[in-house]
Design a protein. Structure first.
Length: 113
């Protein structure tokens, strides 16, 4: 996981005269995360990030997220086959034991961050 204090993304850096007309996008940003999918045996561990950028901390956008609505709807339909966990932040390397403890229930694990 990237420490936000050590990295300044291009969209937040101060502009100078030499890059005044340069367009910055999030394509190569280190703070941009994507969903992760792990297959451990016949069980699935899915990590869903509601916000793709780690700088966004607006809770109103999380509540209005279409991705979250679809995920929760699918989890209600398959409620006997999975476990849903909502965490503020998750790192697979640091929380590896937590994942294995959850997999001991023989259910798919859905982690929402």
């Amino acid at each position: 996981m990237i420490v936000i204090k050590d990295y300044i993304p291009p969209c937040k850096s101060k502009r100078t005269f030499f890059d005044l007309f340069m367009f910055y996008d999030c394509k190569d940003c280190k703070l941009l995360v994507s969903d992760e999918y792990y297959n451990i045996g016949d069980l699935l561990v899915n990590i869903y990030y509601i916000e793709r950028c780690l700088l966004n901390e607006n809770n109103d956008e999380i509540i209005k997220s279409d991705k979250l609505k679809i995920l929760l709807k699918d989890s209600i339909i398959n409620q006997r086959n999975n476990i849903i966990i909502w965490l503020d932040e998750f790192d697979f390397e640091k929380n590896e034991q937590l994942v294995y403890d959850l997999l001991s229930f023989n259910l798919d694990v859905q982690i929402i961050c």
